[in-house]
Design a protein around this ligand. Structure first.
Ligand code: PLP
Length: 374
């Protein structure tokens, strides 16, 4: 048994998938966003479960992630959100992976590779409707489209864009993005191109912007059981997928006035029982949780006292007299009715649940629970 470990509940993932899919009309389906190791949840296992659920596509950031999925037998279409690097273009095409295209030199390179191998490259045009990050700017979409559609060996399978603030109460900016997106779709149609897929909605768009579902949606965070924000108008019933657990490695009684941990940032005021738990920032438990985080022991909350170090934290369990060495410690997840959420940890760290999942997800010991038998 490892000293600490991460559990991934694939039944909860399935539940969340159907929360997303259940919001869609009959003509829309799901691109499961599994980039960044499925937000730390384990890309291959998550991808296979999403395929079983009925996902039509998967999305990753980089081609090597798609290659890894193919290597593990995942056959459904995969979209690479950051496009292909020059040296991987031919391999990527031959493994039927689709690039997002936002640069004409990339498009030309993909076209040349497709012609060379006698295949048709299916590409998704990425347009910037207001995020200001990645995509062809609105002003240059017409000329980009003209050139793209004239390239040999290349077929426009999709057009995509990304919301900047779909998770905020005020949907006016997102509505403007949808309008611009529709303008682009009209430009595509005006050029005689029958486009199979348009997609713009992330989790927040799926939940709050039903008029923006088009033919595909791209849920990420909601699959992993965390709401994209607290400002949603139509929140979903989501179940956390990731838990982070450990055990009490040592329990000791200390006298008043005892400094705890590096920097002596916590000093006991009374006789206290201090549990040492073998997790630290190397395991993704942020140092920002020093003297702030809480964990669950015997279904009760216990505060982290002193600094989080690389491989250990110290927890005050004076108020839990039944606590013993080797007791389970939950750092993220449920114990009985008690629960510590990624949103709670994110708030303490001044970040978002996405980053908490990615950090803890780097943990070396990961167990997958309730997988659908293949
Ligand atoms: C292009 C793109 N689509 C979809 C998503 C999924 O977003 P979310 O996790 O908020 O559902 C992301 C995530 O960052 C993204 O970059």
């Amino acid at each position: 048994m490892p000293l600490s470990w991460v559990e991934i509940d694939l039944e909860a993932l399935r539940h969340n998938y159907f929360q997303a899919a259940g919001r869609l009309g009959p003509n829309a389906s799901v691109i499961g966003v599994v980039k960044s190791d499925a937000y730390g949840h384990g890309m291959t296992a998550v991808a296979k479960e999403l395929v079983t659920c009925g996902a039509s596509f998967l999305a990753v950031s980089k081609y090597w992630e798609a290659a890894d999925l193919r290597h593990h037998g995942v056959e459904i279409p995969i979209l690479v959100l950051l496009g292909f690097e020059a040296e991987e273009t031919e391999d990527a095409l031959l493994s039927r992976v689709r690039p997002a295209v936002f640069r004409m030199d990339h498009a030309r390179r993909i076209s040349a590779a497709a012609v060379k191998h006698g295949v048709t490259a299916l590409v998704h045009l990425k347009v910037d409707t207001g995020m200001g990050r990645l995509g062809v700017p609105m002003s240059t979409v017409p000329s980009f489209l003209d050139e793209l559609l004239a390239l040999p060996g290349l077929s426009l399978e999709g057009v995509l864009s990304h919301f900047a603030v779909a998770d905020e109460w005020d949907k006016s900016y997102s509505d403007r993005q949808v309008e611009r997106f529709q303008e682009v779709l009209k430009m595509v149609a005006a050029r005689g191109c029958e486009l199979p897929y348009a997609h713009i909605s992330n989790s927040a768009g799926i939940l709050d912007l039903p008029h923006a579902h088009f033919q595909l949606v791209r849920p990420g965070i909601m699959l992993y059981g965390s709401p994209p924000s607290r400002e949603l108008i139509q929140p979903a019933d989501l179940r956390p997928v990731m838990s982070f657990k450990s055990r009490i490695l040592q329990l000791k009684e200390v006298l008043p006035g005892q400094p705890i941990g590096y920097g002596r940032t916590y000093v006991t005021e009374r006789t206290a029982r201090i549990a040492t738990v073998p997790v630290g920032y190397d395991d993704g438990y942020s140092r920002l949780l020093s003297n702030r985080g809480q964990v669950l022991i015997r279904e009760k909350r216990a505060p982290v006292v002193g600094r989080v170090s690389m491989n250990m934290i110290t927890v005050d369990v004076t108020h839990i007299p039944e606590a013993m060495e080797d007791d389970e410690v939950v750092l993220l997840g449920c114990q009985g009715n008690a629960r510590i959420t990624a949103e709670e940890i994110a708030d303490l760290c001044g970040t978002i649940s996405y980053e908490i999942f990615c950090s803890i997800g780097h943990h070396r010991s990961k167990f997958f629970l309730h997988a659908t038998p293949s």
